[in-house]
Design a protein around this ligand. Sequence first.
Ligand code: ADP
Length: 267
Amino acid sequence: MLDLNELTIVKLGGSVITHKGSSPPAINQENLLRIAEELKASKESLIVILGGGAHGHQAAHAHGFGELSTPPEQLIRGIPSIRHNMSVLSLAVEEALNDAGGHGVVLPPFLMAALNNKKITSFQTSFIQEAIQSGFTVITHGDVCFDESLGASILSGDTIAVYLAKELRATSLYIGTDVDGVFEEDPKTNPEAVHIDIIDNTNITNVLSKAGPSNATDVTGGMKKKLEDLFTLTGLNVNIAIFNLGVSDRLSTLLSGKTPPCTTIRF
Ligand code: ADP
């Protein structure tokens, strides 16, 4: 593996960078411009991973992703519209980042990843490593990919974030979403839900039993799936935080090595 020095991976939740309920899909430009500024606080090599939000999930839903009975041909027919939407979103992020003085390049998973039964069987991380070594911020995103068994399936931004954190030995992984981290219950359905400040091996089983899916049209799984994916980083000593990307300065605080209100995770 090439030497990437210190690597931070930031996941931008689709619920924050898009208007998740909006059809046709719309980018949350105000949040995007703020986030592009906050990303400048990073002192390490950076990979930015986008969730699908309105751009990914609506098109995926319309083509039967997320339903077990959808035939492969129908899923494959959904590839162009999902790819188009995710390209539009990722280019908007690239533009915002570069307008703010960054050097972002988009590398789509469709061209790098192969799946079998929704699991990654290969991922050309060499392109990502070379781009980072060239001084770029790599932007990648939840995407539709060819799937050996199913025809096509959705590779979520959360799954990519965890996969790359493991493969490229990231020092930090910050997952931005639209709530202040992990709670004992979904805070959208119970505003009184108790916030969990730290998740570690002593409470993860209990937390997983309470975390749930997303409320929006989401084919990739919400908070529970995020935690299950993150659990696979056990023993790798990655600094993990789940934080509210919808609130100003939380991302820049994390990137400058401090801890804003969030859930930190140590496995
Ligand atoms: P994103 O689009 O930002 O990746 P998701 O919609 O996939 O986010 O997942 C975040 C959502 O998970 C929250 O908006 C919340 O409604 C839901 N959720 C379910 N259970 C929990 C929980 N225990 N703690 C926090 N959020 C939860």
